[in-house]
Design a protein around this ligand. Structure first.
Ligand code: FE2
Length: 330
């Protein structure tokens, strides 16, 4: 529906048919979208065979906005069934779309999962859950989910994030702000590229929150070859521990990200792809109904092998004992 200024890439009808057929074949063979090495191998096989028009639409993010919306997939509101009451009970709800997302993710890179999140599944269900209304996780609703880098606490975090919309009757917007559009002084940029503050694991990772080890201090900004990248999650960063000058710089970055932030309200079938090194994303507050008609997104996380958009020092971080599982061995 309203994608604001986000670049749109349109899949043609035959590409859509191709994706749907591949996903249905895989689903028929396995009877589930719960990922096993066998299912992931089959996804890789089918992804390899996808045609050029699909690959073209899934070329890397290529604008300073750091995102695009893929349009064309069809979602039948009746066929997908009610919005699950929580990720934990989602199971194989609309499982064919899990596999569609895995196919798309595999064309763009290497899908990842986390043992400690959503039972190690490679595609997560993002639905509001009772009791989580005010948390800073995807299960929240009544609070603004403040702009953040996905899995910012971890060096194995995704390079790309894929959000596929199953249902969004109330046009609840995802927010996105690119570091390439902010304007910061040289002094602020210099300060924020120094590794001075840790980013702690978010509430989706209870095990990591109990990790016994010193949180590594990490830079907020990084000068990559083609421009700035960022690693930003204010809700889990003890900014108050920083010097007043650093705090002020951090707050100016936060204000700039708010200034350049755009809203993308996804319609069923639309898939938002954001570059997790350029863009922080969030969600506006909303009132959940918990009656099976709530907003429902599916999320895939992707690593892009050999990308150089982050400091090399990240590789030495402990990641709070969490490990990302890659779909395909490097
Ligand atoms: Fe997120």
């Amino acid at each position: 529906m309203s994608t604001g200024a986000a670049p749109v890439r349109q899949l043609d009808a035959s590409s859509v048919g191709e994706l749907r057929q591949a996903a249905e074949k895989i689903f028929t063979e396995f009877g589930t979208s719960a990922t096993s090495p066998e299912l992931l191998a089959r996804v890789a096989e089918f992804a390899d065979a996808l045609s050029e028009p699909i690959r073209h639409q899934l070329r890397p993010v290529d604008t300073d906005d750091g995102l695009f919306v893929l349009r064309g997939l069809e979602v039948d509101d009746t066929e997908i069934g009610p919005t699950p009451a929580s990720w934990a009970t989602a199971g194989d709800s609309a499982a064919v779309y899990d596999i569609v997302l895995l196919l798309l993710a595999t064309v763009m890179g290497n899908p990842i999962a986390w043992e400690g999140q959503q039972d190690g599944r490679f595609v997560h269900n993002i639905v509001p859950a009772p009791g989580h209304e005010t948390k800073q996780t995807g299960a929240s609703s009544t609070v603004l989910l403040s702009p953040h880098t996905e899995d910012a606490f971890h060096p194995g975090r995704a390079h790309l994030l894929m959000l596929g919309c199953m249902r969004n009757h109330d046009n609840i917007a995802t927010t996105a702000a690119s570091v390439r559009n902010v304007s910061l002084s040289e002094a602020d940029t210099a300060l924020l590229t120094r590794p001075l503050l840790p980013i702690l694991p978010d509430d989706a990772y209870t095990e990591a929150q109990g990790f016994d080890g010193r949180p590594p201090a990490v830079p907020t900004l990084f000068h990559a070859k083609d421009g700035l990248t960022l690693r930003f999650d204010p809700a889990y960063t003890p900014v108050e521990d920083a010097s007043p000058a650093h705090q002020a710089a951090y707050q100016r970055l936060e204000a700039e990200l708010a200034r350049v932030s755009g809203a993308v309200s996804l319609s069923p079938g639309e898939v938002l792809i954001v570059d997790n090194d350029l863009v922080v994303h969030g969600r506006v507050p909303f009132q959940a109904r918990y009656d099976g008609t709530d907003r429902w997104l599916k999320r895939a996380s992707i690593r892009v092998p050999a990308r150089r958009t982050r400091p090399l020092a990240e590789e030495d971080e402990h990641g709070y004992g969490q490990a990302a599982i890659e779909a395909h061995a490097a």
